[in-house]
Design a protein around this ligand. Structure first.
Ligand SMILES: [Zn+2]
Length: 429
């Protein structure tokens, strides 16, 4: 039996791949001796009328054949790496023959498949996603989807938009209550309460005077109460119809939210009860609840939940743990080195009186924030400050670039994945 690669140099070979005829010298197959083509035999069932026929992709075969001629394979830009790998497997050409410039094209698709898989897994873990696939749904399921999954219907989308607007409005009204033009004077009984509160909290005279003028306009208060009533009601209904209450509640942002809303309403009830205000405990409780209502800010996570970019940021952070560790390690090293250096360079006459202040200065400088509350005075100090700022720009940018590119990959995969599922949904409806 005569192997083709042992044939005469002038021996031309006709290979028909998917209807396209390729003619080449048989000796070129010696380049990759392990390949299928190097070991072709005339008894091959595909051999007929002086040509070999293979029902494969001729476009990709052209690149593989070119690899035989040149000794290394380069990938076409318009073919997915996974498809190319499948063709290489068919022709029994080892991946080691792919030129280094095309490694990215060859393996990039593997990474994309992994990223996609991660997104799909994350999506399927979400119970709403599975529920959306079901045809017949109970009222409880419908209500849950309506409240928790804006993508489930047009009405759910409109409701999510409405709740988002309420959250924004109530956050804005709260911010407005801190601006003097929205303030009115307290009534006499209220002034007494503030006096008590100021004694309890040990305020000085100026803080007390300031507090006396900080009563928000009644309409702001009303708007805040209306917004909170709807948001709290929505939260309670969601909790009631939720199938997995434990996992729903034991989430950091939701625990904050529950404490925040609870404090808000308790504070309001206590403030409405005139009699309760006469007792010290009520004043103390109102003060504590007033501080705890800050936790309501966790509702802003609700807005984040419905914006794909935030979901992608969460995935990026969880998949970029290595880069984040590198970033933290670099930051820690730079802070220690420059913090210590600036302390000794500025010693003894400087505001940077200990190494920890030096480290704080290094952190603010290396992150290019530069408050200017601590500044170097000596020549050596200025040189170190320059080096510190330069290091911040140059070294910290490197891992951030990797995290950004990972974000970009996730963002694109999420974008095209959503498009794909929307397309499927339209076809099924
Ligand atoms: Zn190449």
């Amino acid at each position: 039996m005569e192997k083709l690669c042992n044939m005469d140099r002038t021996n031309n070979l006709r290979i028909n791949v998917g209807g396209t005829i390729f003619v080449c010298h048989s000796h070129i197959f010696k380049s990759f001796p392990e390949s299928f083509l190097a070991n072709l035999e005339k008894q091959e069932p595909n051999y007929k009328n002086d040509e070999y026929f293979f029902d494969r992709n001729p476009h990709i075969f052209a690149y593989i054949l070119d690899g035989f001629r040149k000794g290394s394979i380069h990938l076409p830009k318009d073919v997915c790496g996974t498809t190319f790998k499948a063709e290489m497997e068919y022709w029994e050409v080892s991946k080691e023959h792919v030129a280094p410039c095309c490694w990215e094209a060859l393996y990039k698709s593997d990474e994309d498949i992994l990223t996609m898989q991660k997104l799909i897994n994350d999506c399927e873990k979400n119970s709403s996603f599975l529920m959306m696939q079901q045809k017949d749904q109970s009222i409880r399921n419908r209500l849950w989807l309506f409240l928790d999954e804006p993508r489930s219907s047009k009405y759910a989308m409109a409701w999510a938009a409405f709740v988002s607007v309420l959250i924004v409005v109530s956050t804005l009204t709260e911010a407005m209550t801190s601006v003097p033009i929205f303030h009115v004077n307290y009534t006499e009984s209220e002034q007494k309460i503030i006096k008590k509160a100021s004694e309890f909290l040990n305020w000085d005279e100026s803080s007390y005077e300031k507090m006396m003028t900080m009563k928000p306009q009644p309409y702001l208060k009303l708007a805040d109460i209306v917004c909170h009533s709807i948001i709290t009601l929505e939260f309670i209904i969601t909790l009631v119809v939720c199938h997995n209450k434990m996992t729903y509640v034991f989430d950091f942002s939701r625990i904050c939210l529950i404490i925040g809303y609870f404090s808000f309403w308790l504070k309001l009830i206590l403030q409405l009860e005139e009699i309760s205000l006469k007792s010290d405990i009520a004043i103390k409780m109102i003060t504590v609840f007033a501080y705890l209502t800050v936790l309501k800010l966790a509702r802003l996570f609700y807005l984040a939940k419905h914006i794909p970019a935030f979901y992608v940021i969460r995935l990026t952070m969880s998949s970029s743990k290595t880069e984040l560790k590198i970033l933290m390690a670099i930051l820690a090293i730079l802070i220690c080195v420059f913090g210590t250096l600036i302390y000794y360079a500025e010693y003894p006459n400087s505001k940077i009186s200990n190494v920890f202040i030096g480290m704080y200065w290094a952190l603010i400088t290396v992150t290019t924030v530069g408050y200017g509350d601590y500044t170097p005075q000596s020549v050596a100090g200025h040189v170190i400050a320059g080096a510190c700022a330069s290091c911040g720009v140059l070294i910290l940018a490197l891992p951030i670039g990797v995290i950004a590119s990972s974000f970009y990959t996730f963002y694109n995969c999420n974008k095209y994945g959503t498009k794909h599922y929307d397309h499927i949904k339209v076809r099924h409806n």
